[in-house]
Write a protein that binds this ligand. Structure first.
Ligand code: 5GP
Ligand code: ZN
Length: 115
């Protein structure tokens, strides 16, 4: 996709702090981190959001989920981490190239506050 920031990052056209790369996936630190460690794992394939995923993407998504804890450990998150997937405008998604946020290393508050 020519107009997608994350495609451009994965193709090296926009600089980033790279965490990981293989044939299918790319990971890089968030430009505006929410915690001491905050990086994004993306497929190189342009997929706008999880809402666009179909049966054809099932194996790719599975490999991505298996990769996430390995990268988190390599970034020092041995005690655990938070994964966040924002989907669509209603889910607060800002960049429409599917990505998993991997966040940790600080005080991670409850994600949903209950009164
Ligand atoms: P979303 O809200 O779509 O789930 O998250 C998009 C994330 O991408 C945000 O946390 C934002 O800080 C990050 N981001 C947006 N533009 C760039 C960029 O050009 N470089 C990097 N490294 N992160 C970006
Ligand atoms: Zn893209």
């Amino acid at each position: 996709m020519t107009d997608c920031i994350f495609c451009k990052i994965a193709q090296g056209e926009i600089p980033c702090r790279k965490v990981y790369e293989d044939d299918e996936f790319f990971a890089f630190h968030d430009i505006n981190p929410a915690a001491p460690v905050h990086f994004m794992l993306i497929p190189k394939l342009h997929l706008a959001s999880l809402a666009e995923a179909g049966e054809a993407h099932a194996a790719l998504l599975g490999r991505m989920l298996v990769l996430a804890p390995r990268l988190a450990r390599e970034q020092g998150l041995e005690n655990g981490f938070r994964t966040v997937i924002n989907t669509g405008k209603g889910g607060g998604q800002e960049v429409f190239h599917f990505h998993i946020h991997i966040i940790g290393g600080g005080n991670i508050p409850p994600m949903v506050r209950r009164s």
